[in-house]
Design a protein around this ligand. Structure first.
Ligand code: NDP
Ligand code: A1CAB
Length: 277
């Protein structure tokens, strides 16, 4: 089987690197295309993947095709192509639904929300099923995704909130850690930012491993750290006051952004229907 990847920004490059690193597929079975060719050539030089001259060539050379452009470029790119019916199209875009994809391809379509952390072969790829995908096609896709992390099948109703937890979270966590480190340095300027960063990154890694390997609940880890009457308890009290409201607002704002994006994609679907009539 040959897989194709159209769009080689953060996600397209991540998929190439992760698939090659995991060795789930050999590089010569990966064919890539990007609007700006230099990104494709760089991946070919580094990993030995094949480079196509056009997105149409990807449709002819690959049976499973990841489309990794920005959400508002997904449908316009796909509708210009002649895609053989049997090709399995996988969109990674937030805000583009299975039915949107079905409006531009008569064959099997899937929606996957990957995550940057898969380049470390950890993290969660979200998957939403389409009725048109056969069990063999689904299983081929799952084999690829489970080689670069875990796969969680979610409904389209749940995928937006889950996207924040799986795919936005690496950026959000980096933002939280940055704020944590900056506050430490404001409090104690002798502790430089690089040292604060090193301490936090190693601590975060150890925390994740403890939670995962010992199957601890968050409350169990908290109990292990926060000595009764000790220092951590004070910090937790502050977090309990300030974080819930902040996270509620974060989910409200990201939901609005998802809704705005979906509305724009729906306009593209409507326009394409009008042009067909
Ligand atoms: N970044 C993330 O962590 C996540 C992103 N996603 C989704 O992944 C998708 C891509 O995001 P991201 O990688 O961050 O975006 P980027 O802007 O980094 O990458 C988009 C890529 O698409 C290419 N492109 C645009 N138009 C075409 C075209 N017509 N033909 C071929 N290639 C084209 C661009 O080429 P050029 O080099 O010319 O600009 C660019 O390389 C989005 O839909 C997003 O919702 C999902 C989960 C996580
Ligand atoms: O921020 C974004 O729009 C993309 C989708 C999820 C993570 N990154």
């Amino acid at each position: 089987m040959r897989i194709g990847i159209i769009g080689l920004g953060s996600m397209g490059q991540m998929l190439v690197k992760s698939f090659c690193k995991s060795a789930v597929i050999s590089p010569e079975h990966i064919v890539v295309f990007n609007r700006t060719r230099a990104k494709a050539d760089a991946l070919q030089a580094r990993f030995g993947v094949a480079v196509a001259d056009s997105a149409q060539a990807i449709c002819e050379q690959a049976s499973l095709i990841f489309i990794c452009t920005k959400p508002l470029d997904i449908l316009p790119v796909l509708e210009k192509l002649t895609i053989p019916r049997e090709k399995h199209i996988v969109s990674v875009a937030a805000g583009v639904s299975i039915s949107d994809l079905e409006s531009v391809h008569a064959g099997p379509v899937s929606k996957v929300i990957p995550t940057v952390t898969s380049s470390e072969l950890h993290g969660v790829s979200l998957y939403t099923a389409s009725d048109r995908v056969s069990s063999e096609e689904r299983s081929r896709l799952f084999t690829l995704l489970s080689a670069i992390g875990e796969v969680q099948e979610v409904t389209e109703t749940n995928i937006e909130t889950a996207t924040i937890l799986s795919s936005s979270a690496p950026g959000l966590i980096a933002g939280i850690l940055d704020s944590f480190a900056q506050a430490a340095v404001r409090k104690t300027p002798e502790l430089d930012i690089a040292t604060a960063r090193t301490i936090l990154v190693e601590t975060m890694l150890g925390t994740a491993l403890l939670l995962k390997n010992e199957q601890l609940g968050f409350d169990q880890l908290i109990e292990r750290v926060a000595t009764k009457g000790g220092i951590t308890e004070e910090g937790l009290r502050v977090l309990a006051k300030t974080l819930p409201g902040g996270f509620d607002e974060l989910f409200a704002m990201t939901e609005s952004k998802h809704a705005a994006l979906k509305e724009l994609v729906q306009k593209q679907v409507g326009k394409q229907m009008d042009e067909k009539e």
